[in-house]
Design a protein around this ligand. Structure first.
Ligand code: HEM
Ligand SMILES: *[C@@H]1O[C@H](CO)[C@@H](O)[C@H](O)[C@H]1NC(C)=O
Ligand SMILES: *[C@@H]1O[C@H](CO)[C@@H](O)[C@H](O)[C@H]1NC(C)=O
Ligand SMILES: CC(=O)N[C@H]1CO[C@H](CO)[C@@H](O)[C@@H]1O
Length: 328
């Protein structure tokens, strides 16, 4: 009796449109194992693959919620999010296709691309040494992806400006500080920071907030801002300029920021307000606390404006809408 009531309660909760850990337990019981296997396979070939996935997940969720809109290819009728400037250096699309193919082979037509990307980002974090958190699933894939909507915070933003962008989607200042810790892994192309090392705000000098040894080193690796033609073809550097752990997810990002060795301006901006700099100090000193908080904030990121129930669709191909592929 009690069990039966519990079951009905669970059904009602599901119908109300929330996400659940184990949403696919009945319909695709091995889903999470399959996803992790594929991410692991790519990780063994390319240690930087997780960073690509994690950024892809951020860009997906930040625009229109976590609905896999970032994965859509442009067509003759619709220029998709993917073709916007911040997306020029996005990577991981082939990896997602590979996961989708493996998932479809065992559970045809039941798992959304939005859930696949969210699970893959979790696996990316876990395989890199970050927290291994559980992911509520049940997202559906969106029916819209438009270049004009792909507005992401700029790397030149102040904390106030970045916070404005974060609060607009339902994230707060703690989430901002915590999620920026993702900049412990992966690459940055010169075009996103060369102003800081050549000509900060038209001064003709490097950004005084950057350690001068680091500025000199990065200058030697990057063309000046006016010689940057195509960001994706520019040289790139590791976020982790210690070069000790460029692929390891740790609180090293915060220790670097404390030493004025943040690569992007937004990273170094964290020292400019009391609340954010206090948290930087705390995370730098306590990696386990950072990882636990990261798991919380990324779970929040992964739940932004999700489509559930009968909304959206389950895409057959993550790059295309199922029916009349258009941007409406
Ligand atoms: C104010 C917010 C943010 C700004 C301005 C920002 C900006 C950037 C920029 C400019 C890059 C370099 C991309 C490239 O050169 O290929 C980058 C890379 C990256 N970002 Fe962010 N980001 C922000 C927040 C986040 C968040 C919330 C996450 C994830 C939780 C994230 C994860 C990453 C990762 C993992 C990379 C490395 C990508 C790779 O290696 O391909 N970022 N970000
Ligand atoms: C810059 O960083 C290097 C390496 O961490 C350090 O040796 C140097 O003292 C720093 N320079 C300044 C001006 O803080
Ligand atoms: C920049 O380079 C990328 C990668 O080679 C290429 O796909 C893109 O078309 C180029 N963009 C421009 C504007 O030349
Ligand atoms: C990774 C990716 O899909 N990048 C696309 C970004 O936009 C350019 C055109 O502006 C495409 O050529 C890239 O394929």
């Amino acid at each position: 009796m009690a069990l039966c009531q519990l079951f009905i309660f669970a059904l009602v909760v599901t119908a109300a449109g929330s996400l659940d850990v184990g949403f696919y337990d009945k319909t695709c019981p091995h889903l999470e194992i399959v996803v992790r296997k594929v991410v692991q396979k790519w990780f063994l070939k390319d240690k930087s693959a997780p960073a690509g996935l994690l950024r892809l997940h951020f860009h997906d969720c930040f625009i229109r919620g976590c609905d896999a809109s970032v994965l859509i290819d442009s067509t003759e009728d619709n220029i998709a999010e993917k073709d916007s400037v911040p997306n020029l250096t996005l990577r991981g699309f082939d990896l997602i296709d590979d996961i989708k193919t493996s998932v479809e082979a065992t559970c045809n037509g039941v798992v959304s691309c939005a859930d696949i990307l969210t699970l893959a980002a979790r696996d990316a974090v876990a395989l890199s040494g970050g927290p291994d958190y559980s992911v509520p699933t049940g997202r559906r894939d969106g029916l819209v992806s438009r270049i004009g909507e792909a507005k992401l915070p700029s790397p030149q933003f102040s904390i106030d400006q970045a916070l404005g962008a974060f609060t607009a989607v339902g994230l707060n200042l703690i989430d901002l500080v915590t999620l920026l810790g993702a900049h412990t892994i992966g690459f940055v192309h010169c075009g996103f920071f060369s102003d800081r090392v050549y000509d900060f705000r038209g001064s003709g000098m490097p950004d005084p907030a950057m350690n001068s040894t680091l500025a000199t080193l990065l200058k030697a690796k990057c063309p000046p801002p006016n010689q940057i033609k195509n960001i994706s073809l520019d040289p790139k550097v590791f976020f982790d300029q210690t070069k000790r752990n460029p692929f390891t997810f740790s609180s090293g990002f915060y220790r670097q920021v404390l030493k004025n060795r943040g690569v992007l301006q937004i990273d170094q901006e964290l020292l400019n307000t009391d609340v954010t700099s206090n948290l930087v100090v705390e995370y730098a000193a306590n990696p386990d606390f950072f990882k636990a908080e990261f798991a919380k904030s990324i779970t929040k990121l992964g739940s932004l404006s999700v489509l559930t129930g009968v909304d959206g669709e389950i895409r057959t191909n993550c790059r295309k809408f199922n029916m009349n592929a258009n941007g409406n």
